[in-house]
Design a protein around this ligand. Structure first.
Ligand code: PMV
Length: 322
């Protein structure tokens, strides 16, 4: 038996990924830009077992045989194909963030799984190859391989669609956990519905490509105000797009909207703060580290809060041969 353990952290996109141009390969319609957080890690151990007659998934201490287990097996099939192996594995994984609540647990989850599984199956992948592999599990996981800020290139094909580090100004995020329940519609289904039914999808793809260029430039210039404005506009455009599906999907709740309003009021009072939200009701506020106390004070009483700074790369934390 060979086992490997890895940790990875969630990331929050400043320029969002929403829409696949190839859903088997998880190739995105546009590139995206994110910050990997230093909180809420996922830890995953993969043990390749000669004697096993099937994969086993233990998720937060509970043995699973439903959707997540099938997703993990499909992912391990890719790793086995790369490694030329037909052996099954036991996967034990634990999140420290509420799962499937729009807080990017699939990003940290598949980044940790990509690293632990590739090591357990004896693959020696460089960072772009790991990012490509993580992408196959969940698009946004490609970015959780990278520390701090990352750009995930849309790329031309499977080999060129991976995330790379990007220098950015010093920033913090205040995560407002509005709800911890599972989201009603998965991002995979919601993206599919967007592409099939929203008349705004083409405009989203075209404008997001321009938005990404502008965000990369704002990072290079160290211009926090410009990057913040881009972040909030891009998030609201994504949610407008999602709401324009048929049947419609609305991830933001009244409390989420209240947080966007309070952040706008903070800006009126001169504090640099900008809100974003993934496919769920939780809102994440981008700000300068010095302004974190002003943001947490403005949001107090509305949601449970956590403060994040740029986090580390996905990392192997253990290996064993038995
Ligand atoms: O990686 P997925 O399939 O869970 O999609 C993530 C989509 C968003 O979180 C809404 C945006 C993003 O870029 O992370």
């Amino acid at each position: 038996m060979t086992s490997a353990t890895a940790t990875a952290h969630p990331n929050i996109a400043l320029v969002k990924y929403w829409g696949k141009r190839d859903s088997d390969l998880n190739l995105p319609a546009t590139g995206s830009l994110s910050m990997t957080l230093d909180i809420f890690p996922t830890t995953t151990t993969v043990t390749v077992d000669d004697a096993a007659d099937g994969d086993v998934l233990v998720f937060g201490g509970v043995m699973r045989s439903d959707g997540p287990a099938q997703r993990v097996t499909r992912f391990l099939d890719l790793v086995r194909q790369l490694a030329g192996s037909d052996r099954f594995a036991r996967v034990e994984t634990a999140n420290t963030v509420p799962s499937a609540a729009g807080l990017a647990s699939s990003a940290s989850g598949f980044a940790a799984l990509a690293l632990a599984a590739s090591a357990a199956y004896g693959l020696d992948l460089d960072v772009p190859a790991l990012s490509r592999l993580a992408r196959r599990g969940s698009g946004s996981a490609s970015r959780s391989i990278i520390p701090g800020f990352a750009v995930w290139h849309a790329g031309d094909d499977d080999t060129t669609s991976f995330a790379e580090p990007l220098d950015a100004p010093d920033l913090a995020m205040v995560v407002a956990m509005v709800e911890k329940r599972e989201k009603p519609v998965s991002s995979r289904e919601a993206m599919r519905r967007t592409i099939l039914t929203s008349p705004y999808y083409r405009a989203w793809v075209e404008s997001t490509a321009e938005t990404l260029d502008a965000a990369v430039l704002a990072c290079a210039d160290g211009d926090v105000d410009r990057l913040g404005r881009i972040t909030e506009v891009n998030a609201l455009r994504m949610h407008a797009l999602i709401q324009s599906c048929d049947p419609p999907i609305r991830y933001l709740t009244p409390v989420s909207v209240e947080i966007f309003d309070r952040v706008a009021a903070l800006r009126e009072s001169g504090v640099g703060a900008w809100a974003t939200a993934d496919a769920g009701p939780n809102v994440v506020v981008l700000t300068r580290p010095d302004d974190v106390p002003a943001v947490t004070a403005a949001l107090s009483g509305l949601a449970e809060l956590a403060v994040a700074r740029p986090g580390p790369a996905a990392a192997l934390t253990g290996r064993a041969h038995g």
